[in-house]
Design a protein around this ligand. Structure first.
Ligand SMILES: [Zn+2]
Ligand SMILES: [Zn+2]
Length: 152
């Protein structure tokens, strides 16, 4: 469990945020959009309840179509460009927050890998964690599981 409230922000310090409840899950996202948005091989994200996430500072947004086909809006610092969080048209009750922007990034404890179809060959996946070839399961985003459980 993460210590709450958990605070974080961008490289220049202009954007600050606070998380006041436990995330629904901690996930490594290997999707291509996250690779491009962060410049990393994958993005450690915390799926945070929307009403438990508050943010201030100079944010800009960029909207694109994710690998899921959903519209994904990513918010980043207008000054230094650090990607802070995203929101999707699929789930309005949850914000993926880019976990390495935490003041204590070591609080991130990955529970699963998502979009591993896009995982880079240089990345070694932790085989103790469940892997999802594409999107993570609904429960990991705080949604009820669909009737007749989806295969991963
Ligand atoms: Zn900044
Ligand atoms: Zn992603």
């Amino acid at each position: 469990m993460m210590e709450l409230p958990a605070a974080g922000g961008c490289l220049c310090g202009g954007v600050r945020y606070e998380i006041t409840r436990q995330p629904f899950s901690h996930a490594n996202c290997h999707c291509r959009s996250c690779q491009l948005a962060t410049g990393g091989a994958y993005a450690p994200v915390m799926l945070v309840p929307t009403d438990a996430f508050s943010v201030s500072g100079p944010l800009s947004e960029y909207q694109s179509t994710g690998d899921s086909g959903n519209e994904v809006t990513r918010a980043f610092c207008s000054n230094c460009g650090t990607t802070i969080y995203a929101r999707t048209t699929r789930v309005k009750t949850m914000r993926p927050v880019y976990a390495m922007t935490l003041d204590k990034p070591e609080a991130f404890a990955p529970e699963l890998d998502a979009w591993v179809d896009f995982a880079q060959p240089s990345v070694r996946l932790d085989d103790r964690l469940p892997q999802y070839r594409r999107d993570l399961p609904a429960e990991a985003a705080g949604l009820p599981p669909p009737p007749g459980r989806r295969k991963k």
